[in-house]
Write a protein that binds this ligand. Structure first.
Ligand code: NAI
Length: 329
């Protein structure tokens, strides 16, 4: 099958080529899928997309007009897709529901440790022959309460890590996991999670119901100095409200791997341009904010699994065997 692969970096190409073994004709494009790049899918039966590719009604219609029948997402989340339009156009959607929950859960821990022990600051101090410890005081994670929102594959893995560090874990999920409960995770309502948690970590999908879940009203219910971590989706956080919280010290630490407006920034080298996003620029001024550019998934194991599942999804669609693909319905 002829497949136009969008937002394709050299590392994506390497892992996809390895998994493909010449089965399908993969046409690699560095460009993101947008209304003006949809034409690159001409003559292709499928497009293969990533988190910040645009899959709204306009783009989906442009793809359908060119004969595209399959959208193969190389990611788990699909909040960027207009599902109703895809259905109406008869476009099949597949995704990679699980590649490595460990990759994201471990990156979440990395953000927590870096923020808590201020490794970003101590690294530079030592390089400047400055071994003073003023301002680097951290806290033991052992015994602290970690609030996890969303205990699916990633949240569950993260819960195991934090239980292993001796934390108390409270969680909110509309579908609690019975096994996690027996392992010591306490499911609570959000109203209870906010005031109890020293650290709050988001691992739920972004939906219309939880857009800006972290906002001025919820921030005020949290412990003063709370550590907030978001490796879920940018839209879960009202960034301006969090900036106000950082300025008043209501938010003590912020670790982000995702950002609501990341589509214009992340995955690209903008180092020779001026940053135009004033909200993002303000975030970068805080010493107690760490931002990574949607890299939580970026491990060898995850990229291997993403490529293999994507190619298996395309195989299954080509055979007409949708029981073997991870379809979004
Ligand atoms: P999953 O589908 O296994 O688990 C999601 C869990 O969230 C489910 O248990 C579900 O019941 C729960 N949930 C749904 N709505 C909720 C709400 N309003 N409040 C609380 N919980 C809710 O998904 P998985 O694999 O654990 O991924 C979670 C999210 O992490 C994805 O949707 C994606 O947005 C994000 N992600 C980020 C990556 C990164 O590189 N930063 C990579 C992969 C995923």
């Amino acid at each position: 099958m002829k497949v136009a692969v969008f937002s394709c970096k050299p590392y994506d190409k390497a892992f996809l080529d390895q998994a493909n073994q010449g089965r399908h004709e993969l046409i690699f494009h560095e460009a993101a899928l947008k209304p003006n790049s949809a034409l690159l899918a001409q003559d292709c039966t499928a497009v293969c997309c990533f988190v910040n590719d645009q899959l709204d009604a306009k783009v989906l219609k442009a793809l359908a007009e060119q004969g595209v029948k399959l959208v193969a997402l190389r990611c788990a989340g699909y909040n960027q897709v207009d599902l109703e339009t895809a259905r109406a156009l008869g476009i099949t959607l597949v995704r990679v529901p699980e590649y490595s929950p460990h990759a994201i859960a471990e990156h979440t821990l990395a953000l927590i440790l870096m923020l808590n022990r201020q490794l970003h600051r101590s690294h530079y101090r030592v390089r400047e022959n400055d071994y003073s410890l003023n301002g680097l005081l951290g806290f033991d994670l052992n015994g602290k309460t970690v609030g996890i929102i969303g205990t699916g594959k990633i949240g569950r893995t993260f819960a195991h890590i934090m239980l292993g560090l001796g934390c108390r874990v409270v969680a909110y999920d509309p579908f609690p996991d019975a096994a996690l409960r027996t392992e010591g995770v306490e499911y609570v309502a959000l109203e209870e999670l906010w005031p109890q948690s020293d650290i709050i970590s988001l691992h739920c999908p972004l939906t219309t119901d939880n857009y800006h879940l972290i906002n001025a009203d919820t921030l005020i219910q949290m412990k003063p100095g709370v550590m907030l971590i978001n490796t879920g989706r940018g839209g879960l956080i009202d960034t301006k409200a969090v900036i106000t919280g950082l300025k008043s010290s209501q938010v003590g630490y912020l670790g982000l791997d995702v950002y609501e407006e990341e589509g214009d920034l992340f995955f690209e080298d903008h180092s020779s341009q001026l940053l135009q996003d004033d909200v993002f620029a303000r975030l970068l001024t805080f010493p107690n904010v760490i931002i990574t550019g949607h890299q939580a998934f970026f491990t060898r194991e995850a990229l291997t699994a993403i490529a293999e599942t994507t190619l298996n999804n395309i195989d299954g669609f080509e055979r007409g065997d949708l029981t073997q693909v991870h379809q979004i319905e």
